[in-house]
Structure formats: structure tokens, C-alpha cells
Design a protein around this ligand. Structure first.
Ligand code: DGL
Length: 265
């Protein structure tokens, strides 16, 4: 069986490429719901429905474990889906999100800035998780909804002034770490780095999640033992956008095949 990676768009490809570098032997299936992106400005009900369709698709592709790389879906819908749907329908399989591992990674920092989509920030999921896993850390959350469209379109030049303006919010907060709470932001990590004071540590999925996945598999032999190790990669998206093709080729090579699928019911 395989490891599924779900995202609303292309950002999760970056997370997958980082996971696959650390754990190359496993078989991965990627699903990006590019046709319905962005999730970050949608309602709870819609995000729940989209995530449910996404995990149903990946479980039908023989995944034993799904990693929801999308912060918005993790924050807004994953807990409810786990409680009300997944355990009953897919016993013995599991779905992991981003909020727990990323909050755990913040534990050593005292003042953490969070940048994420509007839905992730308004869900309060990171604040809740900090109370359990990063008790001593104070969190300062900022919705930065304009960044994803810039990154999806590759228009980094126009993103720069917007990002600079967003980050002003943290000037008075004296943060020692900035949590990139969105799949896409890691892709432009250097742009954040250029604008932040030296000494502010950037925490992003590509550095945190591979290690956490490895630890999870070591702790859960009942899942790990089901996973096949042929090193295959399969890519499914609901729309093949030019930027997705470009980045997928950059990270996984020119020969990969990306298939367009329909997941909505
Ligand atoms: N994948 C989403 C996230 O990590 C960002 C893109 C979107 O809004 O759908 O929050």
C-alpha cells in the first residue's frame, strides 16, 4: 500500500518532494485539487466536503496513510472527519494533518508568528494545538490570503511588496520564530528570510514534516508494515495548470506523468 499526499494545489508537491527525499523507498500518490483552489477563503462545510472527496480518492488508490499537506483542510476539517467518518469507513488506515507536527516544532520558541490562509487563522486550530504542544509559546496569527494566488501564478515580483506589508504586523511582536502555516509559503521561504530580522527562525513544512513522518512510521508499525517500497510516484490533479506542470517537472523530473481526474460527487 502507498502513502497519499493531499493538497488543494501545487504547494503540497513541495512537501512531498521533501518527504520523499528523507523516505525515498516508499510509494507515493499525490492529489492536488487545483481546480477548486483556493480552499483558504471557503466555508467550513465546503472545505470538509472537499477533504472528504480527496481522502476517498486517495484511499481508493490503495493508500494506507494519507498526509494532508494542506493546512486549511487540516485546520478546518480533519479532526471532524477523523471523528465522524474515517475511523468507521477506513479502519486500520490513518490520515495525518499539519497542525500537530507544526505546533510541536514551535515548542522551543517563546514568541511565534503564524502566517496562513484566512480559514486556517479563523479556525483557531493552531492556538488550540499550541495549548497542548507548545504551552510556553505565545502565538501571533496573521491571515495572509493574497500570497497563494501570487505563488500559484509564479508572480513573485508583485508578491514582494505585499509580503513586506504583511510582515510589518510582526515588527512590534518581537517574534523569535515564524511558522509558515500554508503549503505554498515554503516555496518562497527565501522571500520571507530577506524581510525578517536576523535571528527569526522560519519553520516550514518541508523541514518539519519529513522528520515527523519518519518518527510516525517508527511509532506505528501497524501502518508501516502495510507500506510497499518500490519507490514509485503517481500524480493526480483536478486541473493541470502550467505552474503545476513546471514545478512538478522541476522537483520530480521531466518524465513524470500527471493525470487529470474528477473527484467531486
Ligand atoms: N493548501 C492551502 C493551505 O496550506 C493553501 C492554498 C489554498 O488556499 O487552497 O492552507
Amino acid at each position: 500500500m502507498k502513502i497519499g499526499i493531499f493538497d488543494s494545489g501545487l504547494g503540497g508537491l513541495f512537501t512531498l518532494s521533501a518527504i520523499a527525499k528523507v523516505l525515498p523507498e516508499y510509494d507515493y500518490v499525490y492529489l492536488g485539487d487545483t481546480k477548486r483552489l483556493p480552499y483558504g477563503s471557503r466555508s467550513h462545510e465546503t472545505i470538509y466536503e472537499f477533504l472528504k472527496e480527496g481522502v476517498d480518492f486517495l484511499f481508493a488508490k490503495d493508500c494506507a496513510l494519507i498526509i494532508v499537506a494542506c493546512n486549511t483542510a487540516s485546520a478546518e476539517a480533519l479532526r471532524e472527519l477523523q471523528q465522524n467518518y474515517l475511523h468507521k469507513k477506513y479502519p486500520g488506515r490513518n490520515v495525518l494533518g499539519m497542525i500537530v507536527p507544526m505546533a510541536e516544532a514551535c515548542a522551543g520558541y517563546s514568541r511565534v508568528g503564524l502566517v496562513a490562509t484566512s480559514a486556517t487563522v479563523s479556525s483557531g486550530a493552531y492556538e488550540r494545538e499550541f495549548k497542548k504542544r507548545a504551552k510556553k509559546s505565545k502565538i501571533f496569527s496573521l491571515a495572509t490570503p493574497l500570497l497563494v494566488p501570487f505563488i500559484e501564478s509564479g508572480d513573485i515580483a508583485h508578491m514582494r511588496p505585499v509580503l513586506a506589508d504583511y510582515l510589518k504586523y510582526f515588527n512590534s511582536k518581537k517574534i523569535d520564530a515564524l511558522l509558515l502555516g500554508c503549503t505554498h509559503y515554503g516555496i518562497v521561504k527565501n522571500e520571507f528570510k530577506k524581510l525578517l530580522p536576523k535571528g527569526v527562525v522560519i519553520l516550514s513544512q518541508d523541514t518539519v514534516v519529513p522528520k515527523k513522518t519518519k518518527e510516525y512510521l517508527a511509532r506505528h508499525p501497524e501502518i508501516a508494515s502495510k507500506l510497499s517500497k518500490k519507490g514509485t510516484r503517481a500524480f493526480y490533479v483536478t486541473d493541470i495548470t502550467p505552474m503545476l506542470k513546471k514545478l512538478a517537472n522541476k522537483w520530480f523530473g521531466k518524465d513524470i506523468q500527471i493525470k487529470k481526474v474528477t473527484i467531486e460527487r
